[in-house]
Design a protein around this ligand. Structure first.
Ligand code: GLY
Length: 352
C-alpha cells in the first residue's frame, strides 16, 4: 500500500491549490454530505482549480454509509464522465471519507483521491491509514478495501464549529494513540481542558496523534500485526456502541471507545501488568469528560455476545484484545475468558 501524504494545514485553500497542482486529472469531483456542503464546501471552493470541481452530495451520518449511497456516487461519477484519470476530493467526517475512499478505490478499478476531514474523529483516525468501506447487512464496515488517499489535508479550523460531543468523540482516539505511544504524550492529553478549548494546543496534539497513527500504519498497512495496536479499547467499545444502538440510544463512536478503554485497561492491569495508578488516572479522565453508559449485570451476556461478533476474532470465537503492559508497551493478540470480561464490566460499573 502506498504511503499517503498528510498535511497539517494552516491555510486550507493555499494547501489545496498546491495539492491540486501536483495532480494531473481530467475531471475533478468533490464529495460532501448535506452538512459539509453547506458549512465547509464554501471554504474550500475559493481555492484555485476548485471552480471546475463537480459537487456530489450525500445524506448525513452513518445510516447513509450503505450500498445505495455508494451506487449513487458511482453513477454520478459515471454520468458526469469520470475516467480513471479523474480525481475525487472527500470533504467531511469519517462517513464521507470511508465511503468516498471506497468509491474512489473501486470506480474504474481505482482513481486518485484526497481526504479533507472536517471532524476530529476523521482527522485523527478515519481519513488516515487507507481503510475505506461501507456498512452492509447490518454490519459496520463489512465491505471495504485498503486504499489510501493520495493526500490528507487536515485543518483544525473546521473544529471551531464542531460541537463538544464530537470533539470528545475524536479525542478518545487521540487518547488511545497516547496510550499506545508514550507516557509523555498520554500525560499531556490528560491535561487538556475541554471547558476552555485551546485550539492551538489541540492542533499540536492532532499533529502528534496523526504521526502516531501514520507510524503504526506504515509498519503494518494491512493489519497483520502491530496495526492491531490501534484496536485498543475497540473490542469492548464496539460492543458498547452496538448495545446502545440496539437500545435505540445511539452513542458517538469515540464515547464507546473511551468506555471500552476503561474495561480494556482493567484487563491490561489484570493480565499484562498495566500499572494501577495509570489505570485510575485514565479512568478518572474518562469519567470526568465522557460520563457513563448505563447498563447492569443483566446486560453482560448481551454485551459478551456482541463481542463474539467482532470481525477481529478468529473463527474459533476467542475474543481478541489488544492490551498494554505499560503506556507505550503494546501486547497484541491477547485473549480473555468470559469470567475476566465480566470482571472488567464489574470494574466499569464500580468505578464509573
Ligand atoms: N481505526 C483503526 C485503524 O485504522 O486501523
Amino acid at each position: 500500500m502506498g504511503k499517503q501524504e498528510v498535511i497539517i494545514s494552516k491555510n486550507i485553500c493555499q494547501d489545496l491549490e498546491k495539492v491540486l497542482a501536483k495532480h494531473s486529472y481530467d475531471k475533478l469531483f468533490i464529495l460532501t454530505d448535506e452538512h459539509t456542503k453547506r458549512c465547509c464546501l464554501p471554504l474550500v471552493q475559493k481555492a484555485k482549480g476548485m471552480e471546475q470541481a463537480q459537487p456530489i452530495s450525500i445524506g448525513v451520518e452513518d445510516v447513509h454509509k450503505n450500498i445505495e449511497t455508494l451506487a449513487y456516487v458511482w453513477s454520478t461519477l459515471s454520468k458526469e464522465e469520470g475516467t480513471r484519470h479523474s480525481l475525487l476530493i472527500n470533504l467531511g467526517g469519517g462517513m464521507v471519507t470511508d465511503l468516498g475512499g471506497f468509491a474512489a478505490a473501486t470506480f474504474k478499478r481505482g482513481i486518485s483521491y484526497i481526504n479533507i476531514p472536517t471532524t476530529l474523529l476523521a482527522m485523527v483516525d478515519a481519513s488516515v491509514g487507507g481503510k475505506t468501506g461501507i456498512n452492509f447487512n447490518g454490519l459496520k464496515n463489512e465491505i471495504g478495501a485498503f486504499a489510501p488517499a493520495d493526500q490528507v489535508l487536515i485543518d483544525s479550523e473546521f473544529l471551531r464549529t464542531l460541537d463538544a460531543e464530537n470533539i470528545l468523540s475524536g479525542y478518545a482516539e487521540m487518547l488511545k494513540h497516547g496510550l499506545i505511544r508514550s507516557t509523555e504524550h498520554w500525560s499531556e492529553l490528560l491535561r487538556f481542558d475541554f471547558n476552555d478549548i485551546n485550539y492551538h494546543t489541540l492542533r499540536e496534539l492532532i499533529g502528534k496523534s496523526v504521526e502516531i497513527k501514520e507510524g503504526v500504519v506504515e509498519m503494518d498497512p494491512f493489519e497483520k500485526g502491530i496495526r492491531k495496536a490501534l484496536n485498543l479499547g475497540h473490542t469492548i467499545g464496539h460492543a458498547f456502541e452496538s448495545f446502545a444502538l440496539n437500545n435505540e440510544n445511539p452513542v458517538l463512536h469515540g464515547y464507546a471507545v473511551a468506555w471500552g478503554l476503561v474495561c480494556e485497561l482493567y484487563l491490561s492491569h489484570v493480565k499484562t501488568g498495566f500499572p494501577s495508578s495509570k489505570l485510575h488516572q485514565t479512568v478518572q479522565f474518562i469519567k470526568d469528560n465522557y460520563g457513563r453508559l448505563e447498563f447492569s449485570c443483566k446486560h453482560y451476556e448481551a454485551l459478551y455476545e456482541l463481542m463474539t461478533h467482532d470481525k477481529k476474532n478468529a473463527p474459533a470465537k476467542e475474543i481478541n484484545f489488544t492490551l498494554l503492559s505499560e503506556v507505550g508497551q503494546v501486547c497484541i493478540n491477547q485473549t480473555a475468558t468470559k469470567k475476566e470480561i465480566f470482571e472488567a464490566l464489574d470494574f466499569y460499573s464500580e468505578t464509573m
